[in-house]
Design a protein around this ligand. Structure first.
Ligand SMILES: CC(C)(COP(=O)(O)OP(=O)(O)OC[C@H]1O[C@@H](n2cnc3c(N)ncnc32)[C@H](O)[C@@H]1OP(=O)(O)O)[C@@H](O)C(=O)NCCC(=O)NCCS
Length: 195
């Protein structure tokens, strides 16, 4: 077990347990596998996706995907890092909940081909519902770049509130970008009706 994994595991009083398999109306969310590398590289090689993420370099290739997958597919991290599929097992995006600085933080992205069908709202709702079943008292933190209206809309629909504004470095844009910080209280969580 490497130092980063040990440090992350030791810093938490409680964890939600192993990354689950979650089935929603149209999606199947499952733990990651090393074999997801090609699909991830294809999705994150798209600047329209990576520009909205802080820690994804551009260009992004299969080796970058492998480097990310090795810890995330190991089952050793306390994180939930779910692969989004439409039921045929093909990786089309990610929903992640990870402990960072004592807070559980939500992040997500979707291959551009699948945008604007309500998939991410459905995927995040399914993930949060399961997470709150295991961690009912836990606040979830997230955020989005200020120019990411689609993401802010996903969070608003689920009950997140805006708590702060700051600037965060985007690796793909290679500059600081205005950012909105958000938070979800368990009692504010709502599951929007299917689009
Ligand atoms: C953000 C992202 C995950 C949204 O996924 P999605 O499956 O298209 O989201 P949904 O369809 O569930 O919901 C998007 C909502 O935003 C709205 N929306 C989309 N583009 C918009 C825009 N440019 N301005 C305002 N609203 C917009 C949609 O109409 C929808 O709202 P509605 O259900 O009320 O109609 C996807 O665009 C993505 O992967 N982007 C790149 C990576 C990223 O931004 N990750 C999140 C980082 S915080």
């Amino acid at each position: 077990m490497n130092a980063a994994v040990l440090q992350k595991t030791n810093s938490l009083a409680t964890t939600p347990g192993p990354c689950p398999v979650i089935t929603t109306e149209r999606l199947m969310l499952r733990p990651h596998r090393i074999g997801d590398a090609s699909a991830i590289a294809e999705s994150l090689g798209d600047f329209k996706v990576s520009r909205m993420l802080s820690r994804v370099p551009q260009p992004y290739d299969r080796q970058d995907a492998f480097d990310w997958l090795v810890p995330h597919a190991s089952g050793l991290l306390p994180d939930w890092t779910l692969a989004i599929t439409t039921g045929d097992d093909i990786h089309i995006g990610v929903v992640g909940l990870e402990p960072r600085n004592g807070q559980w933080r939500l992040g997500y992205w979707l291959n551009r081909i699948y945008w604007d069908r309500g998939y991410m709202t459905e995927a995040v709702a399914g993930t949060l519902e399961r997470f709150f079943r295991r961690m009912p008292e836990t606040q979830v933190f997230s955020g989005a770049f200020a120019d990411n209206l689609a993401s802010l809309n996903v969070q608003k629909k689920l009950g997140f509130r805006i708590i702060d504004a700051n600037q965060i470095f985007s690796m793909s844009r290679n500059r600081m970008v205005p950012h909105i910080e958000t938070m979800l209280l368990p009692e504010d969580f709502r599951r929007p009706a299917r689009p």
